[in-house]
Ligand binder design. Structure first.
Ligand SMILES: *Cc1c(COP(=O)(O)O)cnc(C)c1O
Length: 397
């Protein structure tokens, strides 16, 4: 991660195909397109990549999460269980539908703690949203069992885990619906873009219509369309899809590079006894987009992050004080700072955030460092980085 590091002629050629005929929209204008349907082509390609029957491209990963929830009927008053460690998009997408995010603890996988999930289930729970953070995964067997037992949906946000697998299945393809982002910093980028994947035809058709104003896309050149239900506009453009098409063809190359760089860093750090790595559930294979490890305590972790800075080791984060990814600093959510009125139900549903603490999540996130694995590093650079990291940790432990 990220795909933008390796940009080139393939992307340019794909974009030029679109510019040459001028049809920047993914639907209609059949006669002008010269056979170019970049969004459709990318959807077909992604069915293969993510081993999923249906793929609906949308305008962003955040849109993908919202469209996935809406397509499965999640809306006003429903509760959606989500982790304390994720990206702000998770609760944004839930709240956009008038649903209530119910935040629960993570465990040493850095994903949802199944016990905490089970405890949070109420008669209003409609879905569990698992977020596969930093290239790896939560304990999916346990979460699937809970979803099945309570007859609720399992939605998988795999925006940060393109290329990771669990028991042979691509991450994102395990839940009832999976969500991906192709924003500028993700493993494959379209500039902006996202995808919803599912094996459920009804959910897919709902996603297809809902993301384009409720149009059912029946007939050629939009001629015979009707609106079976209300929708919005979360469409991707042909230009964005064209970039994604070039990128997805290079995904195996990206994943190979990630893995190589990841392994050099992991091998170096594993020689320090105080360093432990995140737990990867049995049967799981990381995408290697990040290397995530734990140090003995928060104080040491903060010192090591500081030492990394001094040594010039960039793209490594401790998320404890981070206001994008962790509950502690989401004050706009806790204080419900909304531009427009929020329903009483959601206000009431979120009031727990004023007082609730998440000691288990603090225990893991406080001691965690996650380092982005870049594709453009040379082997010499990765090795140099590895020795700087080892030095910084050893000197501060
Ligand atoms: C990036 C990301 C999103 C949102 O994707 P955008 O395309 O930026 O809207 C959602 N969830 C996670 C875990 C992400 O990392």
């Amino acid at each position: 991660m990220p795909g933008f590091e390796l940009f080139g002629d393939l992307e340019r050629k794909q974009v030029n195909d679109v510019l040459d005929n001028g049809v920047l929209m993914r639907y209609g204008f059949d006669g002008m397109r010269n056979g170019h349907w970049k969004a459709k082509e990318l959807e077909t390609q992604l069915q293969n990549t993510f081993q999923s029957k249906h793929v609906q491209l949308v305008s962003s990963g955040t849109a993908a999460v919202s469209v996935a929830l809406a397509s499965a009927g999640v809306g006003a008053g429903h509760e959606v269980i989500m982790p304390t460690f994720t990206f702000v998009a998770s609760f944004e997408a839930i709240m956009m539908l008038g649903a209530i995010p119910v935040l629960v603890d993570i465990d040493d996988t850095l994903g949802l703690n199944p016990e905490a999930v089970e405890q949070a289930i109420t008669p209003n729970t409609k879905a569990i949203m698992v977020v596969q953070m930093c290239g790896s995964m939560a304990n999916m067997d346990a979460l699937q069992a809970i979803a099945k037992k309570h007859n609720i949906l399992l939605i998988e946000d795999a925006c940060q885990a393109i290329g990771g697998t669990y028991k042979g299945k691509p991450l994102g393809s395990i839940g009832d619906l999976g969500c991906f982002s192709f924003d500028f910093v993700k493993t494959i980028t379209c500039g902006e873009g996202g995808a919803v994947i599912t094996n459920n035809k009804d959910y897919y058709l709902n996603a297809d219509h809902y993301s384009d104003h409720g149009h059912d896309h029946v007939g050629n050149d939009r001629g015979a369309e009707t609106h079976p239900f209300l929708g919005y506009n979360f469409r991707i453009s042909e230009l964005h899809a064209a970039v994604g098409l070039a990128q997805v063809k290079r995904l195996p190359e990206f994943l190979e590079l990630q893995k190589k760089n990841f392994n050099i860093l992991r091998d170096a750090l594993s020689q320090i006894p105080e360093v432990t790595f995140r737990t990867v559930p049995e049967g799981g294979v990381e995408s290697c987009a990040f290397l995530s490890f734990f140090l003995p305590d928060l104080e040491t972790t903060r010192k090591v992050i500081q030492a990394f800075k001094t040594e010039g080791v960039d793209v490594c984060w401790n998320y404890y004080d981070n206001n994008w990814h962790y509950i502690r600093e989401w004050n706009h959510l806790k204080d419900l700072k909304s531009l427009f009125p929020i329903s009483k139900e959601v206000k009431q549903g979120l009031s727990y955030l004023k007082t609730k603490t998440f000691a288990k999540s603090d225990h893991y996130i406080g001691r965690n460092i996650s380092c982005l694995i870049k594709l453009s590093w040379t082997e010499v650079e990765v090795k140099e980085r590895a020795s700087k990291m080892v030095k910084a940790i050893k000197e501060n432990i």
